[in-house]
Design a binder for this molecule. Structure first.
Ligand code: TRP
Length: 349
C-alpha cells in the first residue's frame, strides 16, 4: 500500500484571516491536499497564550473553519479539526516539555518578541508555546510542515526534540521537514508597507481580510499608502507601497510583475489602484460568498469538526500510547492490548 506523505499545519484563530493567510498558507494547503494526507487544524490552544475574549475566540474558531472550507480545503480529502478537540496535543506537550531545556525555549525569537510586546503577561504558556507546536506535529508523524519563515525556528526545535527522544528511546517520532512555500509573495501592510500585513494590526485600513465586502476593499485600496513617483514599476526598496499593490494585483489576476508593468505603461498609480480594486473584489467574491453561506450552516461545520476530530484522534492516540509505553507509564487498564508496543516503529503508524 502506498501511503501519501503526511502534512500537518495550523492557523491560530486569534483574528480574522487576511489575504496574507491565503497566499502564505491556505493556497498552498489546497494545492497539497491531493498528493498528501493533510491534517489542518485551528490552533485555539496556541491563541490563549495572549488574552482572548471568550465569546470572540469561540466565534473566530468557527469562522476560521468556515474560511478553510471557503478557500478550498476539502474535508473528504483532508482532516480538518480544532486543536482543543484532540486532548493528545496537551498530553504529548507535557511529555515533550520534560525533554526541552529552559534555554531552548528562551532562545526562540518569537518568544523574545512576544514577551517584549506583552510585558505585563509573560506567561509560561507563551514560553512553552513551541513545545505544544512540536506536539501538534509529532503526534501525526508528519513528514512535512508548511509554515511561514517566522515558524522555521519552532520547526527546528521540533526536529531536535524528535531526534532527542528517538535517540534515547528508539524510533518513535518521524522527524519532520519544513515546507517553506515557493517564494510566496509576502503581503505588506497597506498603511505601512515596510511592515508585514498582520491580522492584529489596530488599523483596519492596513489589512485586507478574506471576508472584506466590495466597499471595504474600495476604501482600503483608495487609502493605501503609495510612494512618490509616477510610473508603475516594481521596486521593493524604493517603492514598497506601490510594489505591494503590484503583488496584490499579481495575486488577484495571476499576471506576472513584468506583465503588470507593461499593462500600466504610460498610466499612473490611480489606474493601478482602480484595476486592483476591481480585481480584488472579483478574486475575493467566491471566498466571501461561500464563507457567508457556511456561516449560517453551523450544524454542517460542527459535523465536519466531529469527523475531523475523530480521524485526528485515531492517529494522535496511537502516537501518544507509543510514547507512554516508551517512557514507562503503566498502560491504562482500558487501553486495548493492540496498542503499539516497544517494538513498534513509528513507520508502522
Ligand atoms: N504557531 C503557528 C503560527 O502562529 C500556528 C501553529 C500551531 C502551527 N501549531 C502548528 C503551524 C503546527 C504548523 C504546525 O503560525
Amino acid at each position: 500500500m502506498t501511503q501519501r506523505p503526511v502534512i500537518l499545519s495550523g492557523i491560530q484563530p486569534s483574528g480574522r484571516l487576511t489575504i496574507g493567510h491565503y497566499t502564505g498558507a491556505l493556497r498552498n494547503w489546497v494545492a497539497l491536499q491531493q498528493s498528501h494526507q493533510c491534517y489542518f487544524m485551528v490552533a485555539d490552544l496556541h491563541a490563549i497564550t495572549v488574552r482572548q475574549d471568550p465569546a470572540e475566540l469561540r466565534q473566530r474558531t468557527l469562522e476560521t473553519v468556515a474560511l478553510f472550507l471557503a478557500c478550498g480545503i476539502d474535508p473528504t480529502q483532508s482532516v480538518l479539526f480544532v486543536q482543543s478537540h484532540v486532548p493528545e496535543h496537551t498530553q504529548l506537550a507535557w511529555v515533550l516539555s520534560c525533554w526541552t531545556s529552559m534555554g531552548e525555549c528562551s532562545r526562540m525569537t518569537q518568544f523574545k518578541e512576544k514577551s517584549a510586546q506583552h510585558r505585563h503577561l509573560v506567561n509560561v504558556g507563551l514560553f512553552a508555546y513551541p513545545i505544544l507546536m512540536a506536539a501538534d506535529i509529532l503526534l501525526y508523524q508528519a513528514d512535512l510542515v508548511p509554515v511561514g519563515a517566522d515558524q522555521k525556528q519552532h520547526l527546528e526545535l521540533t526536529r531536535n526534540l524528535a531526534e532527542r527522544f528517538n535517540h534515547h528511546y528508539g524510533p518513535t517520532f518521524r522527524v519532520p521537514e519544513p515546507y517553506i512555500p515557493p517564494v510566496g509573495a509576502k503581503i505588506m501592510s497597506l498603511q505601512d508597507p515596510t511592515k508585514k500585513m498582520s491580522k492584529s494590526d489596530p488599523n483596519e485600513n492596513a489589512i485586507l481580510f478574506l471576508t472584506d465586502p466590495p466597499d471595504a476593499i474600495r476604501r482600503k485600496i483608495r487609502r493605501a499608502i503609495t510612494d512618490s513617483g509616477r510610473e508603475v514599476r516594481y521596486d521593493e526598496q524604493q517603492r514598497p507601497g506601490l510594489s505591494n499593490l503590484m503583488v496584490l494585483y499579481h495575486i488577484a489576476t495571476g499576471k506576472s510583475i513584468p506583465e503588470i508593468e507593461r499593462e500600466f505603461e504610460g498610466a499612473g498609480y490611480a489606474d493601478l489602484k482602480a484595476a486592483l480594486t476591481e480585481a480584488l473584489i472579483e478574486f475575493l467574491r467566491p471566498i466571501r460568498e461561500e464563507y457567508e453561506r457556511l456561516q449560517n450552516a453551523t450544524d454542517y461545520l460542527m459535523s465536519i469538526l466531529a469527523q475531523g476530530a475523530e480521524k485526528a484522534r485515531t492517529r494522535a492516540h496511537q502516537t501518544l500510547q507509543l510514547v507512554y509505553e516508551r517512557i514507562g507509564l503503566l498502560l491504562a487498564p482500558w487501553e486495548s492490548v493492540s496498542t503499539p508496543t516497544a517494538n513498534t516503529h513509528h513507520a508502522d503508524l
